[in-house]
Design a protein. Structure first.
Length: 406
């Protein structure tokens, strides 16, 4: 893929933001646990983030109708930077009696993240030629997954040598650089909809989902996949390692790491063989969902730790072989001007369902056993495979013409 200034700025700016997000969450969780000694209090961090992002996904269309996409992305990052520095000052005087202010700040930061994520995905088709789109998605996913795989570990190491507050200041620096890079992006042509009522703007993405056959199917796929994916959250996987594999808790980290390595391998494959995948998007989506279904069930029934590692890697690999082509289908399913509201609607589905799904899987794990939830997850992925197979003719490029490519 030839050098592309806008895509490179977007990738570098977002990568710095992603690194900062992980490091600041690590510092926040560490701070809350140190203040309260409660794992329950610390677990409210991801809950707060998910809830705020869900609300943000519902309200972001109001901003999309009034603000240029490039400045909406850069502005949200600038807002996160300001909030992050405020959080840094708060940590100087935080105690066990007022630590709830931390949740208020991370809620605001997550709200801006919920605004930025769909915009970032929307901007890629604006900055990349149509024939480079799948490869660009693969590169973006590769970088994102490497950051995920590495930074949680590095964040923990940072806390050995520096305080949580000092780590927040480092994140503030990363956020400043990210804001500068994103502000250097070229403006994109985007139809503003300030003449529409607020209700119409909020409903716009949902209308597009319901009227576009392939997006309607992808929305259902996201619902089933999101519920199925909740078996990989820390709370459930930790219990599986102890009760099903009968090994030390460090194996949770190994299995999690193997999953991210699989994601990285899948992303690299998509980048290397993008030309092969372009004409077979539906095939790869079906193969990825079918393989994920089988492997998830095998993972749940397996009791050998080393095999669990391999299966976890395969789940990540085949999941990515499905997700990147699916991302390309979404980006070419409607005109680029409608993508931002489509992504906010899909984001609302994902974040809303994840919270409910996590609770459901936790209850089922207690009632039916830890192995059974992985079987249930596999069954949900089987439903996804059926949906993909029955509608395979829809999973292709539907909008071929792009006005801008670099």
């Amino acid at each position: 893929m030839k050098y592309n200034r806008n895509f490179s700025l977007l990738l570098c700016g977002q990568s710095l933001a992603d690194i900062g997000d992980i490091l600041y969450i690590v510092s926040v969780i560490s701070t809350i646990f140190a203040l309260t000694g409660s794992a329950t209090s610390a677990s409210f961090v991801p809950f707060t983030i998910t809830t705020s992002m869900f609300v943000s996904s519902l309200l972001t269309p109001l901003l999309i109708g009034r603000v240029n996409l490039k400045w909406l992305l850069a502005g949200s990052q600038m807002g996160k930077t300001v909030l992050l520095f405020i959080l840094g000052f708060l940590l100087m005087g935080i105690t066990a009696s007022n630590y709830y202010f931390i949740f208020l700040m991370i809620g605001f930061i997550a709200f801006l993240d919920g605004c930025a994520n769909p915009i970032r995905q929307t901007l890629i088709p604006h900055y990349v030629k149509p024939e480079q789109l799948l490869k660009a998605n693969g590169i973006a996913e590769t970088v994102a997954q490497i950051i995920q795989a590495v930074m949680w570990f590095i964040g923990s190491l940072f806390l050995v040598v520096i305080s949580a507050q000092q780590l927040v200041w480092i994140v503030g620096g990363l956020f400043v650089f990210s804001s500068v890079l994103l502000s250097l992006l070229e403006n994109v042509i985007h139809q503003l909809t300030s003449s529409k009522s607020k209700v119409e703007q909020i409903k716009e993405g949902w209308k597009t989902l319901s009227k576009t056959p392939v997006l309607r199917k992808i929305a259902w796929i996201d619902i089933f996949e999101t519920i199925a994916g909740t078996v990989w959250i820390a709370a459930i996987l930790y219990v599986f390692v102890n009760d099903a594999l009968h090994v030390d808790e460090q194996w949770w980290g190994y299995i999690n790491g193997a999953f991210f390595i699989g994601l990285i391998f899948g992303s690299i494959y998509c980048v290397k063989y993008a030309a092969v995948m372009e004409d077979k998007l539906g095939v790869f989506i079906f193969v990825g969902s079918s393989a994920s279904c089988i492997i998830t069930i095998l993972f749940g029934l397996n009791n050998i730790p080393i095999i669990a590692l391999f299966l976890s890697l395969c789940v990540g690999l085949f999941g990515q072989l499905k997700n990147i082509p699916q991302q390309t289908v979404i980006q070419t399913s409607v005109p680029k001007e409608q993508l931002s509201t489509v992504y906010t609607s899909l984001g609302a589905i994902g974040s809303g369902i994840f919270g409910v799904g996590s609770l459901m899987m936790g209850i089922l794990a207690d009632l039916a056993g830890i192995r059974m939830v992985f079987v249930i997850s596999g069954i949900l992925l089987a439903i996804v495979s059926v949906v993909v197979y029955r509608n395979r003719v829809l999973f292709v490029r539907n909008v071929k013409e792009h006005k801008r490519g670099m």
